[in-house]
Structures are given as structure tokens and as C-alpha cells.
Design a protein around this ligand. Sequence first.
Ligand code: AMP
Length: 476
Amino acid sequence: MTSFQDFGLADPISRALKDENYLTPTPIQAQTIPIALTGRDVVGIAQTGTGKTASFALPILHRLLQSRTKPQPKHCRVLVLSPTRELSGQILDSFNAYGRHMRLSSALAIGGVPMGRQVRSVMQGVEVMVATPGRLLDLVQGNALKLNQVEYLVLDEADRMLDMGFINDIRKIVSKLPKTRQTLFFSATMPKDIADLAEQMLRDPARVAVTPVASTVDRIEQRVIQVDHSAKPTILAQILKQDSVNRALIFTRTKHGADKVVKGLVKAGIPADAIHGNKSQNHRERVLAAFRTGEIRTLVATDIAARGIDVDGISHVVNFDLPNIPETYVHRIGRTARAGADGVAISLCAGPDEHSYLRDIERLIRITLPKEDRRTPGHRNAAPAPQQHRAGQGKPHHGHSGRPQHDAGPGSHAPGSKGPQRRRKHAGHQGQNGQPNRHEPARPSQSGKGDGIQGVAFLRRENRPARPTRNRNSQS
Ligand code: AMP
């Protein structure tokens, strides 16, 4: 097995890893670090929670140390782009933690906070700049930052950045960068649009991949409770009052829904708060900090706000609403069972629309989830339980529920209809005889050119020692 010593990382970095108590590289680190250290471009399929931040931060820091030059005023040597403010803050914290013995200069450029401080922070020039694309362009267009001396570019969670509409900003930013640079490109999924973007931005990249979304779920105990819509708040409160719940993250589909859930929980005597796009950056940071320290043990979030929350020790993820995109389910539940711990994911499923989403989720993860039926008899007849299909098979036939379609609520779809769902092809193999086949042989692909990125086999996340929760507040 590879160890961090095998990489020959500079002494200040090795010391920081000791401080962090990192003993063994994760699979994405074991694959990426040796290649990135040679200066080659890398395109990686990896999700948050796999240790991918260190897989790009460590080789970059090592290379910075090898040719330490003072950055020019208003310039940066490393540019990291990430989709959200939270994730950007966490990436910056990681760089600062791994670079703590090398007097690293770094800055953060994220929206939602005044620009003045960010402008001042890059005035003298910095080695590492972590940014969301929109704010970075603001700085560039305001002449506060110049990109013509960037030596290293990282795109983190590229698929999310495209989902969030950052493609034009990214293209503009990339057009201002020197052609000669090292680019490290990470995405949780690699559909064609992302692969095309990578193709345009990278030169002869090595391809690495770990953990298809469908197999991150191995260590998570997953359950579904079939409920009536109106009973969701009560059942949620019952779940959260159980002793085993240490720290819980609750997902809703809408911002308004998140606020409503918080109100209901507080009324039931469970302290909770919400983070979503309508909350100020200050509020989000305060709430996240309270969640990390355990002051608040229940956090309610929408998908975009939760993306990139890096809090260890989340014992339970509860899907108050099921997502209509099956991959989102996997992203959500991946918030628990981090850093080697186990976790529980409970989904509340109500009405024909959510039953349809559930079928899509089961097909993606190739597991038929255990279900507890707590619907009142009237509703039970109206919304049939999903058929016990054999996971991994073609779409099961959805019988007509006999329920008027408008019952499903605004923006929803007839049972079994695809609606607006975006389907992404995911690599993996179908189990034989209808058995879920979740344990693919570990076979990383890291050869170079011509190596098809879709269809590669994947490594599973290795068990890593649980780390104490670290306060990773965003800075500005
Ligand atoms: P990431 O996928 O980069 O968000 O990392 C997920 C979590 O794993 C973070 O809390 C990291 O600090 C932690 N981590 C990353 N690499 C290692 C490692 N080699 N050993 C232990 N923990 C790690």
C-alpha cells in the first residue's frame, strides 16, 4: 500500500500531514499525487469525501516550494475554482492547513461578502487564490487581480459548476490564463459536456477515477419510510429524538421548505437551523460553525447550500423530500459515513412523485431499499408502494395509481414519468440474477491519452481513521 512517504513530499508538507493525522493516502490521493507531482495535467472523477482536496493541494504545494518565487502584486500562482462559497472556504482552509509550515500566502474570493477586503488581500499578490467563478471575474474586471501569471489551475466539482451556470465565466477565466500551466480538473460525474470541457482545457491529461457515485453508499445504512405528506414533520421529529442521532443533516428540495422544517422542529423542541441561498453568507457561516461544534445538532439544507459542507461526524442524513435527480440522493447521503465512519440515511417518501423518484434512485444505486410503511390506510391505497423490482434491471412497469395527477403538486409529474429528470450515464456493471452488484474490482485507470473516461472501473473508498472535526470556517 502506498504511504505518504512514497511521494517524497517536501518536509514542511510531511510535517503538516502528521499534524493532520493523515496516515495513509486515500485512493484518489494515491492515484493523483504521483502524477500531479510530475507536472502533468490530471482529470479526475471523484466526489467530495474521497480526499480529493489533498490530492490536488499537496502536489501543488510541493511544486510551489520547489520554485518559490514571490508572486507579483495583484497576481496569484495557483488558481482554484469551485462552485460554492462554502466549498471554496473549505479548500482554502485545506491549503492553509497543509501549507502551515511553509508560510503560504492565500486568499479567498467568494460572492456574498463585500469585495473591499478581497481586493486588499490580493494587492500584494498571493500564492494561492481560491474562488467562485463569478466573484473572481469581478476582481479581474475591476483590475484587482491579473491572471497572466497563473501556473496552476484547479477546477473542483466541474459538474456542479456547469449545473450552476458557470460555464461562460469559466471560459472567460481560462481565456485569460497562460497556455503553459498545469491544470487539475475534478468532477463527481463525467457526462459528455464535462468531458468536452476537460478536453478543451487540459493537455494530454492523465485520467484517474475513484468511487462511482453508485458505490459510495456501501457503508451507509439506508431506509425509506413511506409516509403521508402531512405526517413528515412529526415523523422527522420522532427520528431526531432517537439517542443514536448525534448530528443530523436534513435535506429539503426548496428554500421555503427548509425554513418550514426548521420552524416545525423548533416547535417540537429540537434546536435546528437552515442554510440555503436566501441566507446571508454571515448567517451560513455562523450556522455551519454551530453545527460543527455541536451547538446545533440538526441542520436543514437545500442541495446547493449543502454541497461541499465538510463536517465529520454526521450520523444521520434525512431526506425530508426525495430529490428528483437520483445522483443527488447519493451526494446527499454521502454527507454521512465520512472519513471511515458509518452512517444512517433515512428517506421520507410520500405521494406518487416521490415514489417515482425512489424507483430511479434504487435503479442508480442498484439496491432495493428497505421500506417501512407508515401511511394511513386511505393514502396507502392511493399511492402504491414501489414494486419490488430487481435493482439494476430496466425500468419497471408503473401501474396506474388511480390517483389524480394534480395531487402530486406543482411541478411534479405523473407517476413513472421522467419529467425533467436529467439522466446521467454512470459507469458500473449490472449485477447478475438481479443481485445488486456493488463491489466492482478495484482497477484504477490512470493511463494517459485515449483512455476512455466513461466506463473505467473504480476503487472503493478505503476505511480511514475518523478525524476530529475541524473548524473550517470560510474566510474572506
Ligand atoms: P475531501 O474529499 O477533500 O473533502 O476530504 C474529506 C475529508 O477527509 C476531509 O475531512 C479531509 O480532511 C479528510 N482526509 C483527506 N485525506 C485524508 C487522509 N489521507 N487521511 C485521513 N483523512 C483524510
